[in-house]
Ligand binder design. Structure first.
Ligand code: GLN
Length: 483
C-alpha cells in the first residue's frame, strides 16, 4: 500500500480494497519501524486514526475528494491547532498553536489524514536539516548523508514511504533541494499562489509553501488543494486556481526550453551534468526545442539573498521575546535579562548568525550599502527571468551542484553550506515557480532536474514534469530497506 501514489490510493479507498484506517495504521507502523531517520518531530497517532475514521465515513457516503483518507504530514512550520508546532526550534518546543494555518485547514477540509509534524532546519534556515533542535534527519538513500533542507523531514518521509506526501516551504530552495537529494518531486509555487497564513515566517517576501510528493500528478493533486487567494494573507494573489490535473497530458511538441549557460559552468558536478543532459534529451524526444540562453545576474543571487533573507528574518524573529509565547529563561533578573537569555538560550547558532547579519545590514549607515543594494540586485535578477521567459517557455537546469553530502561535512562552513542553494535561490528572488523532478542517480544517490516557469505557470510545469515521468521511472525508485 505504501508504494502507491495518491491517485492509486484514492482508487483503492473507493473500491474497498482497504480503508483509510488500515492505510493510516500501516503508515503509523512504518513511522515507528523507521524512527531512526528522525523525519518526524511529532507523530499524531490518535488524531490520525480519528481523521481516518471520519474519512472512511465520507468515502462511504460518496462525499470524498481525491485527498480524503490519504495519510500525509505537515512540515512543522505550519501551525496546527492543538498540536505542538516547533519550527524545529527550542524556542517553540512548548508551543501549541491556537489555530490552523490556511494550508492545514485546506487539507483538513479535503479530508486528508495528518500523520504528524515533520522535522526541519530551525526556522527553515539551512540546507541540510542539521540545524534542527530535534536533531539531524537521515537521507533514506544513504543514512550517512543529509536529506537536504530545510524541508528535510518532509523529503525523507516521502522518500522512505513514511507519508504519501507532505508539505514543504521554500524561501531559497527548501522544497526543491531536499526533493532533489531524496529523489522525490517538489514544487515551489509562484510567490502569492499559496497562503502564508499560519506558516511561521522566515523571510516574508520569499517564503512560499508547496507540495512534496512522489510524482508530478500527486503534486498537482496537492497544489489543487493548497493554492488560492486567502484574505488572511495580504500577499496571496486573487487569481483563479486552474485545474492542475486537466493539462497533465498535454503535448510537449514545440516546447521551448532554455538552458542558462551560467547554470552549467564550473561548480556543477560532471556526473550530475551528464544526468541533466540525458533528461534534456528525453525532452527533445518528446518534441521540445532546446536553446542556450544567458542570465548574467544569476551569480549575484547568493550574496543578495544572504542580505535580504537575514534582514527579513531579523524583523520576523523579534517576536520571540520570552514574553508572549515560546521559550522563557528561568528566573529572569529584569526585563533585559528576560529578553537576552530567552533569545540567547532559545535560538540555535545558525538562527543567531542570521539575526546578526540581518540587523547589521539594516542598521543606519549600512542600509544603503547592503540592503538597498541587494534590493536593486533582486530587481536585476527578476529582469533576467523576465527576459529569458519571453524567449523560451521554461528554463531547465540543476537543482543542486552535487548529490547528498555527508552528515557533518558542511555544517562547520556556512559559506559552503549557503552555496548548496546556488541554483535555487534566484528563483525565490524573482518569485517565479519551479520544480525539482527526479532525473537519475550518481552512486545510488538521487539527482533532480529543475524546471522553472513564468509566474502562475504551475500547470505548465506540472504537465512538463508529468510527461517526463511517463517515459522514465526515476520517481518510482524506492530506497533500499524501505520497499
Ligand atoms: N538554505 C537556504 C537558507 O538557509 C534556504 C532555506 C529555505 O528555503 N527555507 O536560507
Amino acid at each position: 500500500m505504501h508504494n502507491k501514489t495518491i491517485a492509486d490510493l484514492a482508487k483503492g479507498l473507493r473500491s474497498g480494497e482497504f480503508s483509510s484506517v488500515e492505510l493510516t495504521q500501516s503508515f503509523l507502523d512504518r513511522i515507528k519501524q523507521h524512527s531512526s531517520l528522525n523525519s518526524y518531530i511529532t507523530v499524531t497517532e490518535d488524531l490520525a486514526l480519528q481523521e481516518a475514521m471520519a474519512a472512511d465515513g465520507r468515502l462511504a457516503k460518496g462525499d470524498a475528494e481525491l485527498l480524503t483518507g490519504i495519510p500525509m504530514a505537515q512540515k512543522d512550520i505550519f501551525c496546527t491547532q492543538g498540536v505542538k508546532t516547533t519550527c524545529g526550534s527550542k524556542m517553540l518546543d512548548n508551543f501549541i498553536a491556537p489555530y490552523d494555518a490556511t494550508v492545514v485547514e485546506k487539507f483538513n477540509n479535503a479530508g486528508a489524514v495528518m500523520l504528524g509534524k515533520l522535522n526541519m532546519d530551525e526556522f527553515a534556515m539551512g540546507s541540510s536539516n542539521e540545524t534542527s533542535y530535534f536533531g539531524v534527519v537521515k537521507n533514506p538513500w544513504d543514512t550517512n548523508t543529509v536529506p537536504g533542507g530545510s524541508s528535510g523531514g518532509s523529503a525523507a518521509a516521502v522518500a522512505a514511504r513514511l507519508a504519501v506526501c507532505a508539505t514543504g516551504t521554500d524561501t531559497g530552495g527548501s522544497i526543491r533541494q531536499p526533493a532533489a537529494l531524496c529523489g522525490i518531486t517538489g514544487l515551489k509555487p509562484t510567490y502569492g499562489r499559496v497562503s502564508r497564513y499560519g506558516m511561521i515566517a522566515y523571510a516574508s517576501s520569499l517564503d512560499q509553501g508547496g507540495p512534496m510528493a512522489r510524482s508530478a500528478e500527486d503534486a498537482a493533486i496537492m497544489l489543487q488543494t493548497m493554492a488560492g487567494f486567502d484574505e488572511k494573507d495580504s500577499t496571496s494573489v486573487d487569481q483563479p486556481v486552474p485545474d492542475y490535473l486537466a493539462g497533465l497530458n498535454n503535448d510537449l511538441e514545440g516546447l521551448k526550453i532554455g538552458l542558462p549557460k551560467e547554470f552549467f559552468g564550473e561548480g556543477l558536478n560532471s556526473d550530475v551534468a551528464a544526468i541533466l543532459d540525458a533528461a534534456i534529451n528525453e525532452y527533445r524526444k518528446l518534441g521540445a526545442e532546446v536553446k542556450e540562453i544567458s542570465m548574467p545576474n544569476l551569480k549575484l543571487a547568493i550574496p543578495a539573498y544572504y542580505v535580504i533573507a537575514p534582514a527579513e528574518c531579523s524583523a520576523n524573529l523579534s517576536r520571540f521575546d520570552g514574553v508572549r509565547y515560546g521559550y522563557r529563561c528561568e528566573n529572569p533578573a529584569d526585563l533585559t535579562d528576560l529578553y537576552t537569555r530567552s533569545r540567547g538560550e532559545g535560538f540555535g547558532k545558525e538562527v543567531k548568525r542570521r539575526i546578526l547579519m540581518g540587523t547589521y545590514a539594516l542598521s543606519a549607515g549600512y542600509y544603503d550599502a547592503y540592503y538597498l543594494k541587494a534590493q536593486k540586485v533582486r530587481r536585476l535578477i527578476s529582469e533576467d527571468f523576465k527576459n529569458a521567459l519571453s524567449e523560451v517557455d521554461v528554463i531547465m537546469g540543476p537543482v543542486t551542484p552535487g548529490t547528498a553530502f555527508g552528515i557533518g561535512e558542511k555544517i562547520g562552513n556556512p559559506i559552503e553550506m549557503y552555496l548548496s542553494d546556488i541554483y535555487t535561490i534566484a528563483i525565490n528572488l524573482a518569485g517565479v515557480p519551479a520544480m525539482s523532478v527526479p532525473a537519475g542517480f550518481v552512486d545510488c544517490k538521487p539527482v533532480g532536474l529543475q524546471i522553472i516557469g513564468n509566474y502562475f505557470a504551475e500547470d505548465r510545469l506540472l504537465n512538463i514534469a508529468h510527461r517526463y515521468q511517463q517515459v522514465t521511472d526515476w520517481h518510482q525508485q524506492t530506497p533500499k530497506g524501505f520497499e
